[in-house]
Design a protein around this ligand. Structure first.
Ligand code: NAD
Length: 517
């Protein structure tokens, strides 16, 4: 298949950018500070999901190349872990500035490879940039503890890096999720090997180039591409101390089990099914707009998408208006002005989502708005599914599975208690939201609902990076969360020093064999 010529428009800036990290249509690895073409004979195709145009080829990194990346990282760790905190902070500050200056190129890459709208792609980067910005504060957040435990004796505890760590990213946030790990790992003195999604690696490659320009030394950050073999190599390599994973339950459970069995720390953010409860006393306009935006934005390919709505009592009469408003959203390629949602990532994702919409009727539910078979002018080959609204029950496949597409599932409940029970019975625990004008109702909801991230009149309550990500139940494996205080703890271990400084004449003259007290 010929490579896209990327002749004009926003794509042109990406084409010129790709001079470094994509050579002759082949996405390079980034090992030891060099952008190098893999010698593999196995390549994944990166396709524009609006057109199926071939954008680049991504390597299944060979075992020798992977081993070299780890070796370079081990060597780099010796000096990077000893670089002063001010040096590491300065690199993070420079990276922050370069990310801002190059936001258009990163966002363009995301639109082209992932398909989301341009405004949404800028949001993808911004949420990652905010992690870089909080990482700059490491000069304060890494301050340790010290106590004078007795006369002449002090104990102090400080956080030290782990060594070589790895990050394995999903396709749906090509900038934000690599940036959940890169600044946190690097500012704490670790070296990081990033494996982006093989479906849209462009943003990660631009970020790697910016890290290099920001002063990240060779080997401190590496990027290796690939699928399951490279992931397994990460889980098995004895020099890799920790793995940050974000993606599906299938992959995450395998990585968590394999990585922890090999003695590594693993943090894994997994799938979701996020519910919204709409109470009759809610502001109708705000509630409907919030649910629609959070269900269909990014074509539903967000782990915090609101994919289930439960309208209580009188609010149930708002459903026809919800459907009418959803119909008006514009499905189009991400660069097109006015696009509200873009395509799904692949033809396979489109087939899967369409099958789940079909399944609701087969199981006795109803399709209120059907986004299958929509046509998008000028883009006959895109992976299009339009906003869809279906009525299901909790035993149906479309409710039980994570759909990861623009499909809102309506579930019936008579009371708030019943709705909370439904949420608590769901295996996932990423997020949930309530729309109400009653403080008491909101308080009851947040106290009784068992999910990690709760919105009160807020549809996608993703914590800012001064807090930590906090999904629970089947939406997460591992004890230490991404970014925030928990993220700092994930990428560090404690070192505790107890010291005794007494004048020569005050030191004892015979050995004590008792346990010191
Ligand atoms: P995915 O699991 O298919 O891929 C994620 C990464 O794992 C990729 O780098 C891929 O190469 C690798 N991988 C894929 N299958 C694997 C396997 N069997 N063994 C080992 N590695 C494997 O996920 P995706 O489709 O790219 O992303 C969508 C999923 O990610 C959704 O389930 C979504 O909810 C989840 N997600 C969760 C969060 C969160 O914070 N909870 C955030 C974003 C996405």
């Amino acid at each position: 298949m010929p490579l896209s010529t990327l002749a004009n428009g926003p794509a042109a800036s990406l084409a010129s950018w790709k001079g470094t990290s994509v050579s002759g249509g082949y996405t390079t690895n980034f090992i030891g500070g060099e952008f190098v073409k893999s010698s593999t004979d196995t390549w994944f195709e990166v396709l524009d999901p609006s057109t199926q145009t071939l954008l680049s080829r991504v390597p299944e990194t060979t075992p020798t190349e992977f081993a070299e990346a780890v070796e370079k990282a081990q060597t780099a760790f010796k000096s990077w872990s000893r670089a002063s905190i001010i040096t590491r902070q300065k690199v993070a500050m420079e990276l922050q500035s370069l990310l801002r200056q190059n936001a258009d190129a990163i966002a363009n890459s995301i639109v082209l490879e992932q398909g989301k709208t341009l405004a949404d792609a800028h949001g993808d980067l911004l949420r990652g940039l905010q992690v870089v910005e909080t990482a700059i504060g490491a000069t304060s957040t890494l301050i340790g503890d010290k106590l004078e435990v007795s006369k002449d004796m002090d104990t102090y505890q400080r956080k030290v890096p782990l060594g070589v760590c790895a990050s394995i990213a999903p396709f749906n946030f090509p900038a934000m999720i690599p940036l959940w790990s890169i600044p946190m790992a690097l500012v704490t003195g670790n070296c990081l090997i990033l494996k982006p999604s093989e479906r849209d690696p462009g943003a990660a490659m631009i970020i790697a180039e910016l890290c290099q320009r920001a002063g990240v030394p060779p080997g401190v950050l590496s990027v290796v591409h690939g699928g399951i073999p490279v992931v397994n190599a990460i889980c098995d390599h004895p020099a890799i101390k920790a793995i940050s994973f974000v993606g599906s339950n299938r992959a995450g459970e395998a990585i968590y089990n394999r990585g922890t069995k090999n003695g590594k720390r693993v943090q894994a953010n997994l799938g979701a099914k996020n519910h919204a409860i709409i109470m009759p006393d809610a502001n109708r306009n705000h509630a409907l707009n919030s649910v629609i935006g959070a269900a269909f934005g990014a074509a539903g390919q967000r782990c915090m998408a609101l994919s289930v709505a439960i309208f209580i009592g009188e609010a149930r009469s708002w459903v026809p208006e919800l459907v009418e408003r959803s119909k008006k959203l514009k499905v189009n390629a991400g660069f097109e002005a006015g696009a509200d949602l873009g395509p799904l990532i692949s033809p396979a994702a489109k087939a899967r989502v369409s099958g789940l919409i079909a399944s609701v009727e087969e199981e006795g539910g109803k399709i209120l708005l059907d986004g299958r078979n929509i046509q998008v002018p000028n883009y006959p080959n895109g992976n299009w599914v339009g906003p869809s609204v279906i009525e299901a029950t909790t035993n149906m496949k479309s409710y039980k599975e994570e759909i990861f597409g623009p499909v809102l599932v309506l579930i019936q409940a008579e009371t708030l208690d019943e709705a909370i029970d439904i949420i608590n019975s769901n295996i996932y625990g990423n997020g949930a939201a309530i729309f109400t004008n009653s403080g008491a109702t909101a308080r009851k909801f947040e106290s009784e609902v068992n999910v990690g991230q709760i919105g009160v009149n807020v549809p996608i309550p993703v914590p800012l990076p001064m807090f930590s990500w906090s999904g629970n139940k089947a939406s997460k494996l591992g004890d230490l969360d991404f970014y925030g205080k928990s993220g700092l703890n994930f990428y560090t271990q404690n070192k505790t020093v107890t010291s005794l400084w007494k004048s020569e004449d005050a030191l004892g003259t015979r050995a004590s064999v008792d346990m010191p007290t």
